[in-house]
Design a protein around this ligand. Structure first.
Ligand code: 9MR
Ligand code: 9MR
Length: 623
């Protein structure tokens, strides 16, 4: 921890009084992509873009300023997309330089793409990071996880036994490994690969596996899938998480060596596991048929447990304090898991099961670790030859309902499809996930407005924001320097591990960032200090949609080519020998009861599908 880093940042960010100010992507613009900059106090004035020799290359008159509510500030959105000669430029208003150097290049987003994926290598558990791959962030092995114990909540009989739960990525700033969060993160990266194969087949990440014949992105993802596979119990069910009982101090992995446990076994973890392993069985087959077969088998076996234990929701044991990832509704996980499994088996019974979980209007929700309807929608909408028309229609309805609502938000001074409601814990991933929805809308229609809105979100994360900050460590003129990340805190290197997207502004942060909450400007409610896990932690489920967004924009914009919907013929697996939906479980009756929760009396309603909702006494939905 080095306080000097914090002072440095705030000194740089202070804008001069009265002069125009500009906020922009600080990393780079694609030669053929959308290029915009938000300029304050410049309406009606000429913004001149000068090349490195000081020659004016383009002049744009700043349009009327308009409000962007999350910044509580008016700005003129200046579009300089016409500038298509690679190089470095600077914007001027009158004699004054505004913003930062503007870099235009064909591969402007390639280093960020690599960096945001390389993050996952830096998060590897159970291995030393060698200097050859990690540079000055090399570190000793931590968490071998070869002798993990079973917590009583796993239901295991012999609590003295241990198992090998090695590999996997650390979830975030902490050293836990959580199946639920691994689910969405791993899927998102697998989709990045699947939809941009030509690009990622040759992209070198400089990781230990770089010399084998498998694309580096897939090698990196496999590190986590191999861990996920260790979390499956003999009966097919999947343990919820692998952590210590309490969070470790802010030390390097090698120094955090308290006993680790498999904790809980849950329905959400199990269905998320199915989603990932089924998709992996398809994607890895051409590279390693044996591994792929193992994934498919694991998915089928997990389904058997999932079908038989529909109400096994995770609840945090009283002696455990690590992340809980609790979720009392598994409808979305079941929908997604079944969709992936049907895609690789064509098994009608699985399709029938999938049809029990429809994408009703109230299920058209942005994806997040707790809410994965959209993952099912992405898979279904991009596999029109596999799924039935009704499924495809409802998947597209989800994607376009969301994407079009984002397009409706984009018309503001900052040009961002981001609004006040987005600023909760992990807001940077909220907006990156919106970007993933927009990219899907683009893949499905080739309508430029969707790609442009996605580009705007990337620009926001890389500096087009009222804090003039790049939220990705290691990139940008003003970079985040003090993330809540144990390896970065525990080492002696001043700069944090590169390629990490921090959680971002959070208008309900309840930690040391509290005093920075700006009720009128949620986009400013942020504190670049490692004490703030609620605004400044990093996490695999935040980096994954960022990598998806930037990797897709690089691949699509550079080539003008986009994933061809329906072009995939998934590998076929037979999971016939696994007994399917015949279970002894009776359909659960709906029921309500009063419970004491979060300090008040609430009505807990159990729906027929086993999902649980909470209402206050006036009947208002609480979640
Ligand atoms: O480091 C922990 C982080 O990963 C979690 O997101 C956060 C909220 O659960 O908690 C962090 O750990 C803190 C703990 O909750 C309270 N004591 C200080 C810990 C480190 O800041
Ligand atoms: O991302 C999670 C966020 O949605 C929750 O509001 C928050 C508090 O429960 O926890 C976040 O997840 C943390 C996890 O519990 C432990 N590892 C760090 C994760 C990121 O902060």
């Amino acid at each position: 921890m080095n306080m000097k880093k914090i002072l440095l940042i705030s000194a740089v960010a202070a804008p001069a009084i009265f002069a125009a100010t500009a906020y922009q992507n600080q990393v780079g613009f694609m030669t053929n992509g959308l290029k915009q900059i938000a300029v304050i106090d410049a309406a009606g004035k000429d913004v001149v873009f000068k090349d490195k020799d000081g020659q004016a290359a383009l002049t744009v008159t700043a349009p009327e300023a308009s409000m962007w509510q999350p910044a509580n500030e008016k700005a003129s959105l200046v579009d300089f997309s016409e500038l298509k000669t690679p190089g470095t430029y600077q914007a001027y208003v009158g004699d004054e330089a505004v913003g930062h150097p503007i870099i235009i290049a064909d591969n402007a987003l390639e280093s960020v793409t690599k960096g945001s994926i390389k993050f996952f290598y830096f998060q590897r558990s159970s291995t030393a990071l060698e200097e050859e791959y990690a540079g000055k962030y090399a570190r000793a092995m931590g968490h071998p996880d070869t002798a993990v114990m079973y917590h009583a909540s796993t239901g295991k009989e012999d609590l003295t036994a241990t198992f090998n739960g090695a590999k996997g990525w650390y979830d975030a700033g902490d050293y836990g490994k959580y199946i639920v969060n691994s689910g969405i993160s791993t899927y998102t990266l697998l989709q990045l690969y699947q939809q941009n194969k030509a690009y990622f087949d040759t992209l070198n990440l400089n990781i230990p596996e770089s010399k084998n014949n498998v694309p580096d992105l897939l090698d990196e993802i496999r590190w986590n899938i191999e861990w996920m596979l260790t979390m499956q119990d003999d009966d097919g069910g999947v343990f919820h998480k692998l952590t210590t009982k309490k969070f470790a101090g802010m030390v390097l992995p090698e120094k955090a060596n308290k006993q680790r446990y498999a904790i809980g076994k849950s329905i959400t973890a199990t269905w998320d596991f199915i989603g990932v392993t089924a998709l992996a069985a398809d994607i890895y087959k051409p590279f390693d048929a044996e591994f792929a077969e193992k994934c498919a088998k694991a998915a089928g076996k997990a389904r058997w447990w999932g079908v038989n234990n529909p109400y096994a929701y995770f609840s945090q044991p009283s002696d455990v304090g690590t992340g809980s990832y609790t979720d009392g509704n598994a409808v979305d996980e079941k929908l997604w898991g079944n969709a992936e499994l049907y895609r690789i088996t064509g098994n009608k019974e699985i399709l029938e099961d999938m049809h029990k979980y429809k994408l009703y209007k109230n299920r058209q929700k942005l994806q997040g670790w707790q809410t994965v309807y959209a993952l099912a929608a992405f898979t279904i909408a991009t596999n029109p030859k596999i799924f039935e028309e009704e499924d495809i229609d409802s998947a597209k309805a989800l994607i376009f309902t969301l994407a079009d609502s984002y397009i409706d938000q984009v018309n503001n001074g900052y040009g961002l499809a981001i609004n006040n409601d987005d600023f909760y814990w992990g807001s940077n991933s909220v907006v990156a996930n919106k970007g993933m929805v927009l990219i899907h809308a683009y893949i499905l229609t080739k309508e430029k407005k969707y790609l442009d809105a996605a580009q705007g979100i990337l620009d926001y994360l890389l500096g087009r924001n009222p804090l003039d900050l790049s939220y990705l460590t290691g990139w940008g003129v003003n970079q985040v320097m003090n993330p809540h990340h144990r390896p970065s805190e525990g080492d002696t290197v001043v700069a944090p591990v590169p390629g990490m997207l921090v959680g971002g502004p959070n208008s309900s942060a309840d930690d040391c960032a509290k005093e920075f909450i700006d009720a009128d400007a949620p986009a400013k409610s942020y504190y670049d200090n490692s004490c703030s896990y609620a605004t400044n932690e990093v996490a695999i489920n935040w980096n994954a949609p960022f990598a998806y967004l930037v990797g897709s924009l690089q691949a699509i914009t550079a080539t003008g080519k986009v994933y061809e919907v329906g072009s995939d013929t998934p590998q076929a697996y037979d999971i016939d020998r696994i007994p399917l939906a015949k279970t002894n479980f009776k359909k659960q009756a709906e029921g309500s009861r009063l419970v004491f929760k979060n300090g008040v009396v609430q009505v807990e309603k159990t729906l027929r599908d086993g999902s649980i909702r909470y209402f206050n006494l006036r009947g208002r939905n609480l979640k």
